[in-house]
Design a protein. Structure first.
Ligand SMILES: [Fe+2]
Length: 297
């Protein structure tokens, strides 16, 4: 019933600085601006994939999921309620750029999630060697990763794809759209943007290096999902990833367990060419919290 990850809403103290970075270096484009917020698109069809809202401190405000129809939004709403979503708004028209019909709720760990259908889509979707297509996954820290995954399965119809150190879940043919990483509290681990291929990941890495954001982990190829990756620390210590070649899976995919994904000593990916994640990045991956309360733009 949920068909994809549309993107994320971030709260940031300096929207203009973030917008400059995410357009000039990260290479998204401005889809809309309203009331101090900036809405950025990739080259895919989603109206926007990253929204920047003025807030006192950096935070993750909302994860946006796409549904196929308004009727599906209603169905998912019922399901989320039955699964025990504590704070949940009724489905309604969405007033922000992109519009649509959706509802917002908080999961048991306080992550704010919105399910949207009927929003505007761009007719000029394309693939560009130097621009992200879309947000392909978000990884979240949690002290209860199996409980968190179980809630998303029950409430939103996700399926578990794999378990390594992380628990990977999906809502479409991509190996994962969300993954839960062990952590002391409910925080953001990283946001991954899909690029056209390995060459695009590396060209992006070059732009980032020139802009003062060297690779913090990678280039490498993950085990679960088989995707190529390069990780960076963006403005305000949001950890962001360029990735490509995410494995496509179907209902015959076999869920594997942590022992199936053990790398040789000293390796942190399938290639073994990269150093492990930098200490700076590991610290940044614990810093960004969900803002308190349901998000109402
Ligand atoms: Fe990732």
């Amino acid at each position: 019933m949920v068909t994809g990850l549309r993107g994320v809403d971030l709260g940031v103290p300096d929207v203009a600085a973030h917008a400059r970075f995410y357009t000039e270096v990260w290479r998204l484009s401005v889809a809309a601006e309203r009331d101090g917020s900036v809405y950025l698109r990739g080259t895919g069809a989603y109206h926007h994939i990253l929204a920047l809202h003025p807030r006192d401190k950096p935070g993750l405000l909302c994860i946006n999921l796409a549904a196929a129809s308004r009727a599906d939004v209603d169905r998912v709403h019922l399901r989320a309620k039955e699964a025990g979503a504590s704070r949940i708004d009724p489905p309604a028209a969405i007033g922000e750029p992109g519009g649509g019909y959706g509802f917002i709720f908080a999961d048991p760990d306080g992550r704010v999630v919105r399910v949207i259908a009927g929003d505007q889509r761009h007719a000029d979707a394309s693939v560009s060697p130097d621009r992200p297509l879309q947000v392909t996954h978000v990884v979240l820290n949690t002290p209860r990763q199996e409980d968190a995954a179980a809630f998303w399965v029950k409430a939103l119809g996700f399926e578990v794809s794999d378990r390594s150190l992380l628990t990977f879940i999906r809502c479409n043919a991509d190996h994962h759209n969300i993954a839960f990483h062990p952590g002391e509290s409910s925080t953001l681990h990283h946001i991954a943007f899909e690029m056209a291929g390995i060459d695009s990941v590396m060209r992006g890495a070059g732009r980032m290096r020139d802009a003062g954001h060297p690779i913090e982990w990678g280039p490498g190829r993950h085990g679960p999902g088989n995707n190529v990756f390069a990780y960076f620390i963006g403005p305000d210590d949001f950890v962001i990833e360029y990735t490509a070649e995410v494995e496509k899976v179907d209902e015959n995919y076999r869920v594997r367990e942590p022992r199936d994904w053990a790398y040789p000593p000293g390796h942190s990916d399938l290639w073994g060419a990269t150093s492990p994640p930098s200490d700076r990045m590991k610290a940044a991956q614990k810093k960004i919290q969900f803002a308190r309360g349901l998000f109402h733009p």
